[in-house]
Design a protein around this ligand. Structure first.
Ligand SMILES: Nc1ncnc2c1ncn2[C@@H]1O[C@H](COP(=O)(O)OP(=O)(O)O)[C@@H](O)[C@H]1O
Ligand SMILES: [Mg+2]
Length: 378
């Protein structure tokens, strides 16, 4: 059994699309394939429209020790099974943090009860956390899907460094076997230049004992094709959804190339040589490849050169009519006096009520005896 992990800590580079469609194409060529979804986002599981949703047993149960890997498999097509994932898997990184040997749980599960498949492919989450470490520890080989962009290459050094650490400490057999170029823009020069850089780097390491001393860059590139983005929403592989699309053609050709690299995994009739494609970039000359000790992307002049940029014309303010135009303002109504009578009308003052006692005794107001204490002035 060969175990291949498909990993890149960058998201959206084509890991899941490659595992699903390359896996299906290899199964169609007669290899008995099992795909393991190790991403809590469960995109691979969704790709195959696995029922029930969520599945009863998933890779989370396997990692937490409550289920066997063989019981988590679901057959989805002839020669093709999937071990599904659920969102709970996100908690596994935390739950397993205190477990001794936490990076090797998947490897132990694979060793404990061999699945009996010829090929196991593991789809990883977009991180270099515990789940990816489990996949790297369990695998024989690593495939790295890459989008040929300058920035997409930046993370490659970090990934290779992690692979080197895992190889030294946990899994001495681990090898970077393949680079798969996904979402390839055939019309751009940048893609071909990035591929040249990659070839230079891997050729410089060829023959060394580092884990990427024998890495192949697949000659087949996966071109950008909207059908590949549409098929997961139908729960179908590209071969079911649109077998005549460019996506199906590319993954089919990649599967033929895979058969040439791993003929022992396939029945003899699948090994008929397919017509080779021309290399992605004819400009690359391995003899001139720069020796690279630690890989760094080649710096090229930026595509945007400020010295040649057209002058920036100062923006002119747009004149708009003011929101309030006094000339068109509605006339202000003259203030009308209040309809009610004023509270106090000096012409009609209210009658002053004088106490009867005052009226009876004219002169100063009488003061009751004892009301004011008499004080001696001395
Ligand atoms: N060659 C391609 N052309 C167009 N869309 C693609 C292609 N490959 C993948 N996609 C789409 O790009 C998105 C990210 O791809 P995915 O395989 O999920 O990446 P990852 O697993 O690395 O995060 C998905 O929506 C997928 O359908
Ligand atoms: Mg994915």
């Amino acid at each position: 059994m060969l175990t291949i992990v498909v990993s890149n800590q960058k998201g959206g580079v084509g890991k899941t699309t490659t595992v699903a469609n390359l896996g299906a194409a290899l199964a169609a060529r007669g290899c008995d394939v099992c795909l393991i979804d190790l991403d809590p986002q469960s995109h691979l599981t969704l790709h195959f429209n696995i029922e029930p949703d969520p599945p009863d047993v998933s890779i989370y149960d396997v990692l937490s020790g409550t289920a066997r890997l063989v019981d988590a498999r679901i057959a989805v097509q002839q020669n093709l099974s999937v071990v599904p994932a659920v969102i709970d898997l996100a908690a596994a990184e935390v739950e397993l943090a205190a477990t001794v040997g936490r990076e090797q749980i998947l490897r132990d599960a694979l060793l404990a009860e061999p699945l009996g498949h010829q090929l196991v492919m593991i789809d990883c989450p977009p991180s270099l956390g515990l789940l990816t470490l489990n996949a790297l520890a369990a695998a024989d080989e690593l495939f790295i899907p890459l989008q040929p962009h300058f920035l997409a290459l930046q993370g490659l050094g970090k990934l290779l460094e992690t692979v080197r650490l895992v190889q030294r400490r946990i899994n001495p057999a681990l090898r970077v076997a393949g680079v798969v170029l996904c979402m390839y823009e055939t019309a751009t020069r940048l893609a071909a230049e990035v591929v040249d850089d990659l070839r230079g780097f891997f050729d410089a390491a060829r023959g060394s004992d580092c884990p990427w001393g024998a890495t192949r860059i697949f000659r087949t590139v996966i071109r950008r094709n909207i059908k590949l983005a549409e098929c997961p929403s139908h729960g179908e592989t590209i071969f079911q959804y649109d077998p005549s699309s460019r996506g199906a053609l590319d993954y089919g050709e990649m599967a033929d190339e895979f058969v040439r690299y791993y003929p022992d995994l396939f029945p003899p009739k699948a090994r008929a040589p397919a017509a080779p494609r021309p290399p992605v970039s004819a400009s690359y000359n391995p003899a001139q490849a720069p020796p690279i000790a630690a890989w760094k992307p080649v710096r090229r002049p930026p595509l945007y050169n400020p010295a040649q940029a057209p002058p920036i014309v100062a923006p002119r303010p747009v004149r708009r009519p003011p929101l309030y135009n006094p000339a068109q303002a509605p006339p202000v109504a003259a203030r009308r006096p209040a309809a009610s009578a004023p509270c106090y009308n000096p012409a009609q003052p209210p009658a002053v009520v004088v106490p009867a006692a005052w009226r009876a005794a004219p002169g100063p107001r009488p003061v009751s005896a004892g009301a004011v204490p008499e004080r001696s002035l001395s």
